[in-house]
Each structure stands twice: as C-alpha cells, then as structure tokens.
Design a protein around this ligand. Sequence first.
Ligand code: NAD
Length: 712
Amino acid sequence: MAQYRIVSGSVAVISIQNPPVNALSAAVRKGLLLSVRAAASDPLVRSVVISGHNGQFCGGADIKEFGNVSHLESGPHLVEIFESVEALAKPVVAAIEGFALGGGLELALACHYRFGHSEARVGLPEVSLGLLPGAGGSQRLPRLLGVRAALDMIVTGRHVAAGEALNLGLLDRVTDGNTVDTAVRFAQSVEGKPLDDRRLGNRPCPPLENIDAFFEEALIHARGRARGAAAPLACVQAVRGAATLPFLKGMELEKRLMETLMTSGQAQASRYCFFTERGAARWTTPTGARWDTCRARPISTAAVIGLGTMGRGITVALARAGLSVVAVETQEHQLDEAQRAVSRMLKGGGGVSYSADLQAAAGADLVVEAVFEDIAVKEEIFKQLSSVCKPGALLASNTSSLDIDRLASCTLRPEQVLGMHFFAPAHVMRLLEVVSGPRTSPQTVAAVMQLGRRMGKVSVAVGNCPGFVGNRMLKPYLEQAYFLLEEGASPELVDAALEEFGFPMGVFKMSDLSGLDIGWRVRKEEGLTGPGVTADQPMRTRHGRRYSPLGDLMCEEGRYGQKTGRGWYLYDRPGGRVARSDPWLRSFLEEYRARHGLLARRIDQQEVLERCLYALINEGFRVLEDGVAASPQNIDAIYVFGYGWPKHRGGPMFYAAQVGLARVLEGLEKYHKAHPDSPHLQPCSLLRRLVARGSPPIHKWSEVVKGHRSQL
Ligand code: NAD
C-alpha cells in the first residue's frame, strides 16, 4: 500500500501502491503514516522522496469511501498525515508522474519540494464532487501560488499541465527523464539544509490589494458559474481564510466548511453523478447481451450525411476520435461552408473528405444521417444507404424524435440500424443517446457505445419512442412553462426560478437560443397547429387536453428567438445573445389572457419549480415503466450531461428521491386536481407504487419496475 525502501544510502523512497490511480484508501493512509514515521526515526535516512507506483503519483481520496463514514474513519486522517510530512525534519520531495489530483496534490503540497514529469497533471477537482480541498489544500495552495491563481484552480477544479504548474510556481522542477531518480539526486543535495521556509504552513499568503473587493467579486463569480451550488462558495470562503487567518485558524475554517459540505445533499448528488456517468457504460439488453460480454466490431471509417448545424459537429467529433470521415451534403453552398467550418474547428483537414454524392458513403463502417427532421426525406436516404453501403455497415440517424424502426424498415438490414442522438453543439456536448429499435442487434449497440466512449461522450443506451428519453421528458416541462404564462407568470419569473435552481438557462431563454420555429414545425407536422387546425377546434384544447398556442402565436409574429432578434425576450440584433425584457410581450400576454378569459394570478417560484420539474419527473417514471430507460441513473445521466440539469442536484430522478417521492406525488395530485385537463400532471402508476412501498432508495427502484416489458 505504501512501499518503503532506502536508496543511495540516505534517501527513503515512499511509493504509494494502490492500482489503478493510487487512491488514498484507509490502507494507503495507514501505510503512508507508518512510512513517514519510519523515515523520521531512522538515523540513516537524511531525506525522503514520495512517489506513486506505475507512473501515477496519486489520484486523491478513494471516492468509494465517501459517504461511508466508517470507512473514512478507519485509517488515519489525511490532515494528520500531511502535518507529519510537512513537520519532518528531513527534506521531503514529491516526485509527480501521471496525475496528482485532490488529496494527491494536497500530499505534494505538504512536501518541501515538488518535482514533476513533463507529462504530469495536477489539480484540485473536489469542487466537482460538491466539496473543497479539505486536507489543507485550500490553505497551502494560496500560500504557494498567491490567492488569485490558487482560487482559480480550486474553484474551477481544472487540471493543470506540468508546464503551467512550473510557471505558476506549483512545481519546482519539471523533467523529461526519470522523475524519481531526479528527485532522489536533488533530495540528497539538500540534506541537512534548513526547511523552515519550505513548509507552506509556516508561510504567510503573498499579500493582495483590495482584499475585500477581490473576494466580493470572487463570490459573485462563483455564484454565476454554478447557481445554487454551495461548494464553489465554500471554496472562496476557505481561500479567504488562507489570505486572512493564521495557518491553524485557516485549517479550522477549512474543516468546518468541509463538514458542512460533506453532510449536504449537494455532495451526495455530485458523488451520485460521478457514478451515473460510469454506470451508463454498463448497458444491457433483454436478449442477455451486456457491455462486458458483447464483442463490438471496431469502427474506423464513418460517413456523415447532411452538413447543417448537427452534421458539422458530428463530423468534428468523429474525426477527433481518430476516424476517417466522409462528409456528404447535397447543397453546394452548404458543402463549401461546412468544409470551412469543420476545418476551422479541427484546425486543419483532420482526415475528413467531402462529397456531394451519397455513393461516397459506400466504404464506411458507420453512417450517421443528420438531414432535415422530415421522415420522408430520411426514409428515402435510408433506402439508398441500404443499397449503397457495404454489407456490415451500421446505419445511424441523428433524429431527435422520429421512429428508428420506421427507418430500419426502409433497409434490408434492420438489425444494423439505430439512433445516435447527439446534442448541439455535437462536438462539445457530452451526451449521446444510443437508441435501439426493436430489431437493433446487441452488436450494433455495442459498437456504437464503444465509439461513443472513444469520442469522450457519456453514451446512454435507450429505447425507441417519440423523443426517446431526454426530449420526451422535456415536453411536459415546456408545456407547464407555457401554461404558467397563461395563468399569470412572465418568462422572466419562470426563468429566474429555474436558474436559481441551477439550470444555466431558464426554459424561455433556452427556447430563444434553440429557435421557437423548430417546435412549431414539429407541431404543424403533428397536426396540432396550422391552417385548418385552429378553425374547427377551440384554441386551447387538442384531443381533449389543454393546449397552449402561445408558441405558435409567437412564430406567426415572426418571433423565432435569438435568430430573429425577438422571441420571449428582446435582443439587440438578430443573432444577438443578451436577453432583455420586452414590453411588447407583456401586453401580448395581457391581451391573450383577456381574449381567453384567463385571470392572471400571482405565481411564486415554488409553483414554477414544482409544476415544471414534477411534470418532467413524472414522465421520467413513465419512461422507466415503459422500459425506455434501463435505470433512473441513466435518466439522470441524460439530464445532467445533455440538458444542463445541475450536477449538485444529481438529476431529476435523484432529485425526486431527495425531495421525497411522497411529496412529489402529493404535489402532482394537487396540481392535477387544479388542472385536470393536463394529463402530464397525473401521477404515473410507478410513482404511486413506489410510494405505496415506502419510497425505497433509488437503487432499489428497479425491483418495483420489474415485471414490465423492457425495451432494453
Ligand atoms: P440543418 O437544417 O441545419 O441541416 C440539415 C442539412 O442536411 C442541410 O445542410 C441540408 O442541405 C442537408 N440535406 C438535406 N437533404 C439531404 C440529402 N438528401 N443528402 C445530403 N444532405 C442533405 O439541420 P440540423 O439542425 O443539423 O438537424 C439535423 C438532424 O439532427 C435533424 O434530424 C434534427 O432533428 C437532429 N437534431 C438536431 C439538433 C439541434 O439542436 N439542431 C439536436 C439533435 C438532433
């Protein structure tokens, strides 16, 4: 767990050994402390080098131990170990290869010198787990780098490459050679030299002017980065402690803040997200195929059909994963424009060739279709692809909602057809919904899940239904937001509630960004709006259910959102990004309400959250019941990585569990009673059954779902 050996006669080399990342488990902590004590008491030892086995320094605390207090308390605490490292009367040099993250970097900060390999990376990512560097990191790093640079690292949690770490003063030396040997030679050269000013705990923080104003601004900035998240704010407070308090007082503050975060629901939620991301890779199908048993044929060449917004991003994502890509587009100007845009994004050619002819897809292992959202156009393309493409080629569609099985039916290889639902911008967004139709083979799913991984995506296997998982759940959420406007809310009020909850953007700002015309087109195709539809039925009812035509009316006014400079908000120009309130909209809503005899009432933020989020969660339970998602964890991964659901709230299903299923059920019942014409508010039977069984914890929900037919 911590190997101890003496080299060159006087240097104790302590090497952390806990594959794969040398995490600081209880056994490692114990071994580390014993080794430090041994080095302290051995008169032959005159200096110490701390390193990690297998070219990895240390990946930090063992995340499996978080939340399991008995585990955490079973070994010595990191603070105690790092104190004894720093207090050692013999020079201690950290030899950092690979990663020094979290507790790993805090260990290095307790050493008197830090050497790094040129490929090494360091960072304090605790904030992304809803925590702060709680083993002295928040106090030692500012003393070493100064407040500004330390705060940036701690609040963003970003990884810093060795070169930058050297410039920041975090590393004393960077080497291309053997880091441990270099550290050993150096350690010998400083044996017997004074260590007092090498101990960061003894140093004051470098002074900073206008300290109050600096931290005031830092707090505002941290609040803006992740609304409603407690960890970034606690990080700022802890660093402020480093700048203003003596070391030991700062350590006490760090401990208090850490204890508050540790026991908060937010840290629990962030930790849960960490595991949902990994869990999504362990997919299964009802035929018994599993992520670990199903062999996938590797994909090395791909074709992308249609180079609009999505096709360009998909081309970039595939090329960056090392595939050679043929990009096909029939419109000449689009092809030229796409070629320039893709080259710009890839900073060069990057293995992409271009063609106006579908025949160019003949040799590809995988084809991703990304043409207009029009079933007739897509069906024609799949028919052609079926004859053009080589026999083993997989055929995928990036459709947001159309029936994968209908597309599969146009081919002679339905088992090789599936959905690859990317999110805009496709080369940036982490989520990929991998949609299996009823006839998609397990090998096809396996190959694309593996490719998703190569692209750095969080890939989630889902079943085939309108909107799949993400967009299907979004529909009731959007619908409630429209209804709230009818009942008296403003877009500003609704967005403020959702942004305070933690979404980067409220629903109306989001609609303005993606374009109101997209949903309008879909509703026209579904026969919900358009000429002839509104004439013979009431404006606010479709198929016996409440319907809000507000989005349609906006589009009829030419208000498509940012692209036209006007939507739910006003922008300074078409394509502008800064949303301002629009007085026109206020009178538009007033006239609309008057026309339909709707009385505006006061709506508070709680109702906004409950109506929008509970409707979305309710649909999530239906998705589970229908077997379209394999688990609540998969739904949560989709929402966190594709829809901006705040990580510190875990995902919609985790949030429901945290709020309490009984409370969610009660809320839905109350709102459904008030709005019986809105079936999305009617609690679904799975939710009722879960509550009837005493609301079991989220990992046990599948036992209650069982018995229903799964598509996965
Ligand atoms: P887009 O209108 O920007 O691009 C479509 C492109 O396909 C156009 O360049 C068009 O010329 C081309 N095209 C049409 N027919 C073709 C053919 N026969 N052969 C080759 N090219 C052809 O559309 P988009 O926003 O990129 O959406 C594409 C698909 O992705 C749709 O199915 C959409 O539902 C889905 N999608 C969109 C988003 C989004 O946010 N825009 C997100 C996820 C999925």
